[in-house]
Design a protein around this ligand. Structure first.
Ligand SMILES: Nc1ncnc2c1ncn2[C@@H]1O[C@H](COP(=O)(O)OP(=O)(O)OP(=O)(O)O)[C@@H](O)[C@H]1O
Ligand SMILES: [Mg+2]
Length: 637
């Protein structure tokens, strides 16, 4: 019995570690949270949905598996050759026999290196293609979401979905799956080779497997939680960055750098801690597996060494030095894949978590879709009717309360009212950026829900309150909708809105570079460009929301004149705070808290002596006072 004492000691040490791990795992308070069981989609479902991205590349995968078979073959044969060489060296041998074996070994090594190279090149290529398709799908889907849906997701989160999460899935196919398959075959192959070589020693190695499985299971539970934390912290940082980098100028103006730095530090620390924890867990797991590996090697050397040295049969099996060497090599080839398999399984879980996050975006059913029988309009007269329209951005918080009005073709209608009264909301409902909850909106007598959205928007020229320019050139920003416009047409549009003067002064003219959000142009210039962008299509319905708020008076008068000319072209809906600019409108609608309080033309509303009259008088008085003050100042000087 004393003969086996060393082996019993090894077993006892490993058992102590195993018990310690079980106690550590049992000690976690909230297991459900701790092990990250917060996925709702089953693994099978995730695989089924992700598989179509890999299927088109089946030929490449087949090639990879063929290459893999060769390299597994090498891994299985090389220990045998090694053992053979050692046996040869130990005895009386001709030098030529050694040369032959070394040459075979070297040749196999070269083949193995080549296999590894081609395998990784092929996988990289496939991985990038899968990634690019997935990225495109996610991005395209995000584009199809309604304004309401987009309002609910921070931009940083979307960026993380399109970049980090898609990357994790591409890795899943190329790195994780493929290597998992390789490792599984490797483990089975090595096991068979070992059994054939010496089943008793193989049984000895198998005794270590339960410990390995135990460590792996516990390790998996810990890492799952950590992967999740790393992921959440990354999304958090991205969300924070995308918002705060956009607003960094405001941060500077309000001297908020220190506070923002603290906020960022907090998030950055969260990510650092999660990463550290990840390193810690891996740092425990790897040495543990190594300990089991070393223990098994020690047992091998002890048992097999006795067999070789004493030349005794061990439990009925002869152990030669070749068997000892080959076994030594096989054991490392056996434990390595098991260790990586455990880690890959974790990465797979992490990829599944990414997939689920991507599904959360892909599964958002676009709220605004065409009805099956939605029609395509070939032309639009520009008649708009609101029939008792009720609308709320958030359920229950009505922004429009029973709004009804009628705009006839080619009319100019102005919306006025206090800030937040619902003017912009009305305009965005006409373009069906949101769906209304009650009532009906008719365009040319047809409910807008029955018109194809893209068709509807094609007839509208919208100039929004917040001008957004894309990075590119002046030209690319003006021809945004369709790129078939000639330079003459672009210049004509620019002249129409008086943007030609400032564009002419630019070195690049129409090709002048526009930086992100158009930040190299003044607010007024941006508004003029957006104006040109709107009118170049000669839309049937023009929507102008505070279109001239940032433009100097002189240019504004010129634009007013241009708009007068355009009146004959189509219907025009205008929101303006300066009442002087909308006096000529055919109908003026005064809104208050989402309800229409007054409507009529300028003269009618003045006669009414109501809210419009008050507003107009106030603005008129202010104007007169400013004029008087200016005259007095001029007289003094
Ligand atoms: N995306 C949104 N989500 C939730 N509420 C919104 C949203 N947009 C606007 N609101 C709310 O709807 C109301 C009407 O907003 P709207 O933009 O239509 O006002 P407005 O009349 O155009 O004001 P302004 O003259 O300041 O442009 C406001 O009370 C606002 O808080
Ligand atoms: Mg508005």
């Amino acid at each position: 019995m004393r003969e086996y004492l060393p082996i019993l000691i090894v077993g006892a040490i490993i058992s102590i570690f195993a018990v310690a791990f079980i106690i550590a795992y049992a000690g976690i308070k909230n297991k459900k949270e701790a092990i990250g069981f917060d996925r709702n989609v089953p693994d099978g479902e995730i695989l089924r949905r992700m598989l179509p991205y890999a299927v088109p590349h089946w030929k490449s995968f087949l090639l990879v598996f063929a290459i893999m078979a060769v390299s597994i073959g090498y891994d299985l044969v090389s220990p045998l050759i090694m053992g053979n060489i050692v046996e040869l060296v130990a005895g009386d041998f001709p030098l030529s026999a050694l040369f032959v074996r070394v040459a075979i070994y070297a040749a196999l090594l070269v083949v193995s290196v080549l296999c590894t190279y081609f395998q990784s090149i092929t996988l990289q290529k496939v991985g990038q293609r899968i990634l690019s398709n997935l990225r495109l799908d996610v991005y395209t889907h995000i584009q199809s979401l309604s304004h309401n849906q987009l309002n609910q997701i921070p931009v940083g989160k979307l960026v993380t979905r399109v970049t980090n999460d898609t990357n994790a899935i591409s890795m899943m196919f190329t790195n994780i799956f493929v290597n998992m398959v390789r490792n599984v075959f490797m483990i089975m192959g090595v096991l068979v080779a070992m059994l054939l070589l010496n089943y008793i020693l193989t049984l000895m190695v198998i005794c270590f497997i339960p410990f390995l499985v135990l460590f792996t299971v516990i390790f998996r539970k810990f890492t799952r939680r950590i992967f999740r934390r790393v992921k959440d912290a990354t999304t958090d940082i991205n969300t924070y960055l995308s918002e705060n980098l956009s607003g960094i100028k405001i941060t500077q103006i309000f001297n908020r750098e220190q506070v923002k730095m603290q906020d960022f530090l907090q998030r950055s620390d969260k990510l650092r801690k999660a990463k550290q924890e990840q390193t810690f867990v891996f740092g425990i797991f790897r040495p543990m597996v190594y300990m089991i590996y070393i223990s098994s090697v020690m047992c091998l050397l002890y048992l097999a060494g006795r067999g070789v040295i004493r030349n005794v049969e061990f439990m009925g099996q002869v152990i030669t030095s070749a068997v000892l060497v080959s076994f030594y090599s096989y054991i490392s080839k056996f434990f390595n894949p098991i260790q990586t398999l455990a880690e890959q399984f974790n990465m797979l879980q992490s990829a599944f978590a990414s997939a689920e996050k991507i599904f959360s975006i892909l599964d958002m059913v676009p709220e605004l879709t065409d009805e099956p029988d939605a029609i395509e309009l070939t032309e639009l007269k520009g008649e708009i009717e609101f029939k008792d329209v009720w609308f709320a951005y958030n359920p229950g918080e009505w922004v429009l309360k029973g709004v009804s009005f009628h705009v006839y073709p080619k009319q100019t209608v102005a919306f006025v009212g206090a800030t937040g009264s619902g003017k912009t909301t009305i305009l965005s409902l006409i373009c069906r950026n949101y769906d209304i909850q009650k009532g009906q909106i008719l365009i040319d007598g047809i409910d807008i829900k029955h018109i194809k959205i893209s068709c509807l928007r094609r007839f509208f020229g919208q100039m929004l309150q917040d001008v957004f320019l894309f990075s590119g050139t002046i030209r690319s920003n003006i021809v945004l909708r369709e790129e078939s416009f000639t330079d003459e047409q672009i210049w004509e549009a620019c002249k129409y809105v008086n943007a030609d003067h400032f564009i002419n002064r630019l070195e690049g003219g129409l090709d002048e570079v526009v930086r992100e959000r158009g930040n190299n142009f003044s607010a007024g210039q941006r508004q003029l460009l957006s104006f040109a962008r709107t009118i170049i299509h000669s839309p049937a319905v023009m929507i102008l929301d505070e279109a001239t708020a940032n433009i100097d008076t002189e240019t504004e008068i010129l634009i007013q004149e241009s708009l007068e000319k355009m009146k004959s072209v189509g219907t025009m809906l205008i929101v303006a705070h300066r009442l002087s600019t909308i006096q000529h409108a055919d109908n003026i609608i005064l809104l208050s808290h989402g309800e229409i309080k007054e409507q009529g033309n300028h003269q009618e509303l003045l006669k009414l002596r109501g809210r419009y009259y008050q507003l107009y008088s106030l603005q008129f008085e202010a104007q007169q006072m400013a004029l008087k003050a200016a005259n007095a100042k001029a007289a003094r000087s």
